[in-house]
Design a protein around this ligand. Structure first.
Ligand code: HEM
Length: 165
């Protein structure tokens, strides 16, 4: 059972429910790609300072037997609470994209929109995104909409993760 750690700095408390290791599955799709199932592992830690470190890895899964077919998205970054129920999320991706989200934190729900996106010259056209994270029945649900490759902001994925540590 996850309990609030006394060492968690006060500014991180609204985000404390994210801490730990999470694993689960989701579905990815977009008008320009084939839909697929994916597996995801997320590790969220803190070192006593007022930010969370976020590491996420995903794999495309075989739709028949659930086996890992190939690695998919990897992202790494930091959650920075800025007070007043607001938070920044900085993320770097190996696809040449760096993004900064800004949004609101509620007891079991975080809503984010990109405030800025940087693309390396070789990156795909990726313009904006929104994410929602929610704690529902002890599971971490998240969804991401994106505006990319000439498409309007729309769903790219949804996933449900269970706490494993
Ligand atoms: C768990 C997270 C994610 C998974 C499993 C996932 C999976 C996929 C897959 C399977 C594709 C089709 C191309 C391919 O096979 O590589 C794709 C395309 C794409 N994804 Fe994701 N993705 C994830 C997160 C993200 C994030 C965070 C971004 C942006 C920072 C992103 C941006 C894109 C873009 C721009 C495309 C290209 C679409 C196209 O060329 O038509 N994805 N994604």
């Amino acid at each position: 059972m996850f309990t609030l750690d006394a060492d968690i700095p006060e500014p991180l408390r609204p985000l404390a429910w994210l801490l730990g290791r999470w694993e689960g599955v989701g579905v990815v799709g977009y008008p320009t790609i084939e839909s697929a199932h994916f597996g995801q592992e997320v590790e969220v830690t803190h070192d006593g300072r007022s930010f969370l470190k976020w590491e996420s890895r995903a794999w495309i899964l075989d739709s028949e037997n659930g086996a890992r077919v190939r690695p998919a998205a990897v992202e790494s970054g930091f959650w920075r609470p800025v007070g007043g129920g607001e938070v920044e999320l900085l993320l770097a991706h190996p696809t040449g994209i760096v993004e900064l989200y800004y949004g609101s934190v509620e007891p079991a729900k975080i809503q984010l929109r990109t405030d800025g996106v940087l693309r390396s010259p070789g990156a795909k056209e990726y313009n904006a995104a929104s994410r929602m994270y929610g704690l529902v029945n002890s599971q971490l649900l998240w969804v991401m909409d994106m505006a990319a490759v000439g498409q309007e902001l729309q769903s790219h994925l949804s996933a449900t993760l269970k706490r494993v540590g």
